[in-house]
Design a protein around this ligand. Structure first.
Ligand SMILES: C[S@@+](CC[C@H](N)C(=O)[O-])C[C@H]1O[C@@H](n2cnc3c(N)ncnc32)[C@H](O)[C@@H]1O
Length: 252
């Protein structure tokens, strides 16, 4: 296990020592987990899309009625190729993959990237072993990175033929913390508020051929102050849709 943990640390360029860190990735027999060492009252965050609540949501809730799926414009004959440029724990991105879209997941935080990459790998292996419908193969975790890191868009991103970019940057928290799910709280403390998020909109609009969708808390201002073409509301959130060009239907 120690050798495997050291290899993961090297692969994901994480610090191999577990001292003096507020957050620690631990390799267990069931995979990676993220522990907040300053808050032992919090269960470690385990990202496993093959079982429990997370799997249930993918199986039963991953339908066309999900607001994120509707906001991305998934419909009969329309399965956009999507870049999820703030992938986080991959819940929204995997929902879109489950809905039949090819999805590339981009995440800049090394520990979150490692958790996500391992979780997607595990889900793909699980689906292959179970001979289940292998929709997870539609999800591709990109090397750690950010649209904001490039002065020019790298050719390999441009070559993917991205129809839509999805953005869900962390909003500075205003709700009472009890209202925020615990795994999201851990994420907030680990990655912090994405105060540079406004810069993502022009980069996303430059890359997407058809549309950019931004998830915001219901009452939050528009990203970069830019008014969207249309909006889709869910219980606590709003999906701001910036349409560049209509999709073209295929027979998928
Ligand atoms: C609110 S979370 C996204 C949650 C995700 N939609 C989900 O369903 O799990 C925001 C994530 O975006 C990442 N992020 C923020 N800005 C980014 C950027 N410019 N490039 C890449 N990742 C970014 C943060 O590190 C964080 O993990």
């Amino acid at each position: 296990m120690q050798a495997a943990a050291a290899k993961l640390a090297a692969d994901y360029q994480l610090s191999p020592t577990a001292t003096d860190h507020d957050f620690i990735l631990e390799l267990t027999r069931d995979g990676l987990q993220l522990r907040w060492s300053a808050r032992p009252d919090y269960q470690p965050l385990v990202l496993d899309y093959s079982r429990g609540r997370q799997a249930w949501r993918q199986q039963l809730g991953g339908g066309k009625q999900e607001a994120v799926v509707r906001a991305l414009g998934v419909a009969k004959g329309i399965r956009p190729r999507i870049l999820d440029a703030t992938a986080g724990l991959g819940r929204d991105g995997l929902m879109l993959a489950h809905a039949g879209c090819e999805v590339w997941l981009l995440e800049r935080h090394p520990a979150i990237h490692a958790l996500l990459d391992q979780a997607v790998l595990h889900l793909q292996q699980y689906q292959q072993a179970q001979e289940k419908v292998q929709w997870a193969l539609n999800a591709h975790v990109l090397p750690r990175g950010s649209l904001l890191e490039y002065s020019e868009m790298p050719a390999d991103l441009q070559d993917l033929g991205i129809d839509a970019v999805y953005l869900d940057p962390m909003f500075p928290e205003r709700e009472k913390s009890a209202a925020v799910k615990k795994d999201m709280q851990i994420l907030q403390h680990l990655a912090g508020a994405d105060l540079d998020a406004d810069g993502l909109l022009p980069a996303a609009l430059a890359l997407a051929k058809h549309r950019v969708v931004v998830k915001r808390p219901a009452k939050a201002p528009f990203l970069a102050g830019q008014t969207p073409s249309t909006q889709i509301a869910s219980k606590k959130h709003r999906f701001d849709v910036y349409v560049k060009a209509p999709y073209v239907k295929s027979n998928r």
